[in-house]
Design a protein around this ligand. Structure first.
Ligand code: UDP
Length: 251
């Protein structure tokens, strides 16, 4: 049994707290019940959301690891704690879109629900004060956030994650509309998937529902005041549990 003790708070985000531990190779993430949208202009407490996202994320990370995607994930401990490898997060939000939704349809004349084939990859600079602006290739170069080979690797990983997620969610009768991931560098310079993958960070539509509101099983229920947020996240967990083995307990 690898034991550890939670130490100082390293970072508090909108949905998670990140803690150091007494081991340099281990970081502990606590998933909170706080829900935010529209750059935290809309806020609520949704009891049980942290535990649901922790469990869903863990199962998805295990599926991705089995599919050959390197991740920071090591295991879970209790209902809302995830143990991960320490990484230096790249301040870039990587969004992959299979169907048009959200900001894409607000910013461009593309009808919601249009199929995007090949999938569209958008990079945003992760900075709440600036409103996470869209990055162009030239802006990315100017910020010197990634070398060209690192950018290529990041995009390759994003598409590999998309392919593995589509195959997972297909088996759950869920359509993966789009998702956001964050990546980070480990101490030995490997670029790995970090953060979380959950209904907070993916758009997921129930293939069994034709109604455009009833089919939503993700944070759009909160953004659009549709109600039933926790029930929807619970449904996603139930379906993912149906096709994935149980998440491993750390240690
Ligand atoms: N997303 C996220 N965090 C963000 C912005 C977006 O997890 O800060 C996710 C969002 O849930 C969706 C995808 O990334 O699954 C694409 O979001 P979009 O750019 O359409 O922005 P939105 O419409 O959510 O403002």
């Amino acid at each position: 049994m690898s034991s550890y003790r939670v130490a100082e708070l390293l970072h508090e985000g909108k949905a998670k707290r990140v803690f150091a531990t007494d081991r340099p190779d281990l970081v502990a993430i606590e998933f909170k019940d706080d829900a935010t949208a529209f750059n935290a202009q809309k806020k609520a407490q949704l009891q049980g959301k942290g535990a649901l996202n922790c469990r869903i994320s863990a199962l998805i990370f295990e599926h991705l690891r089995a599919a050959g995607v390197p991740t920071h994930y090591l295991g879970i401990d209790g209902e809302r704690w995830m143990l991960v490898r320490p990484v230096r997060i790249v301040p870039v939000e990587v969004v992959v879109r299979n169907l048009a939704a959200g900001s894409l349809c607000r910013q461009l004349p593309i009808a919601p629900g249009s199929e995007l084939d090949p999938p569209l990859l958008d990079l945003y600079y992760k900075d709440d004060a600036l409103g996470d602006p869209l990055l162009t290739e030239a802006r990315l170069q100017r910020l010197e956030l990634l070398t060209e080979p690192q950018r290529q690797r990041l995009e390759q990983l994003a598409f590999a994650i998309n392919a593995a997620l589509i195959s997972l969610f297909d088996r759950c009768d869920l359509q993966l509309v789009d998702f956001k991931v964050e990546l980070g560098f480990t101490a030995d310079g490997e670029l790995v998937l970090a953060d979380e993958i959950s209904p907070d960070t993916c758009r997921l539509w129930d293939r069994g529902q034709s109604d455009s509101n009833d089919r939503i099983l993700d944070k759009d229920r909160f953004r659009q005041d549709l109600g039933g947020v926790i029930e929807a996240y619970g449904e996603v967990l139930k379906r993912v549990q149906g096709v994935c083995p149980e998440a491993s307990i750390y240690g």
